[in-house]
Design a protein around this ligand. Structure first.
Ligand code: ADP
Length: 262
């Protein structure tokens, strides 16, 4: 089923979690971005359009400046995001550039998504960039957002971005193969759920404790994202992003993941 959905989707949003984008030492994983660029090139050669939603600014900030990793002060967190966002985009720009692709940065806040006027501007800019062959890379504008006015998590930002752009598939790259009936990192007998068509039923039947140390969302925000796109009839896939050529592997039915069907 996932293979069919990928094959027939034309406008794909790929969200990349912090743990997918960085290596164990907290540095940006250049090999991952290299493989991502190749995959996106392949998708584009097939006539598909791609928008990226990328986390990782704060971790990139820590590894760049080499301090403040334990600072809880909001302004230090925001300062880290400001430093890291540059590093992040620099890595995307250089690596995608090697494959003759331009990238563009779009930083959004919650206010941008509730204002019709701003939403229309975002939509038109996305359309223009994509028409001109540029790969848009969206992130939350963490430097201006305090906790109370945050979109919250990039899973949710990716879902809203999919809706604004009119995407027909959302793929969440995570550090896990998909959604399990319980946390597989703590339960060896956890079973992968391959297809979900009733989100409420899922919420009541699985356990989703513990988050990874870098990721902020965990499974609840992935479910929230699925609820947002499902209102528009858009499917969502949760998959292990770091696996080489994961999108092709999924399209060829070689690996398993979780599909939320609208
Ligand atoms: P990312 O930021 O890469 O998207 P998250 O940390 O937000 O990753 O979410 C994935 C993590 O959620 C997994 O590494 C796992 O430890 C945890 N988790 C908890 N419950 C579940 C579950 N039922 N199925 C899958 N993962 C789960």
């Amino acid at each position: 089923m996932i293979d069919e959905i990928i094959k027939k989707s034309h406008k794909i949003v790929i969200k990349i979690g912090s743990s997918t984008l960085t290596n164990e030492d907290g540095f940006i994983d250049k090999d991952f971005i290299e493989n991502l660029a190749l995959q996106i090139k392949t998708l584009r050669d097939m006539g598909k359009q791609v928008v990226i939603v990328s986390s990782g600014a704060r971790i990139a900030g820590v590894s760049t400046i080499g301090k403040w990793s334990r600072k809880e002060d909001i302004h230090y967190k925001q300062a880290l995001c400001a430093i890291g966002q540059v590093e992040l985009m620099d890595s995307y720009r250089r690596i995608f550039g090697n494959h003759n692709m331009h990238v563009a940065q779009i930083l959004l806040t919650k206010e941008d998504l509730v204002s019709d006027n701003r939403t229309l501007n975002i939509r038109n800019t996305l359309f223009t960039l994509i028409d001109e062959g540029v790969v848009p890379i969206i992130n939350e504008n963490d430097t201006v957002c305090v906790e109370e006015i945050k979109i919250g998590d990039n899973d949710v930002l990716a879902a809203h971005s999919t809706v604004v752009w009119g995407g027909d598939l959302l793929i969440l790259f995570s550090d896990i193969d998909g959604i399990y009936d319980k946390n597989p990192n703590e339960n060896k007998d956890a079973k992968l759920i391959e297809k979900i068509d009733n989100i409420e039923e899922l919420e009541n039947s699985i356990s989703m404790d513990s988050k990874s140390s870098f990721g902020t969302g965990g499974i609840p925000t992935k479910i929230k994202a699925a609820k947002i796109v499902s209102k528009y009839g858009t499917p969502m896939i949760v998959t292990r992003g770091k696996k080489e050529n994961i999108i092709t592997e999924l399209a060829e039915g070689k690996v398993k993941a979780t599909l939320f069907l609208a």
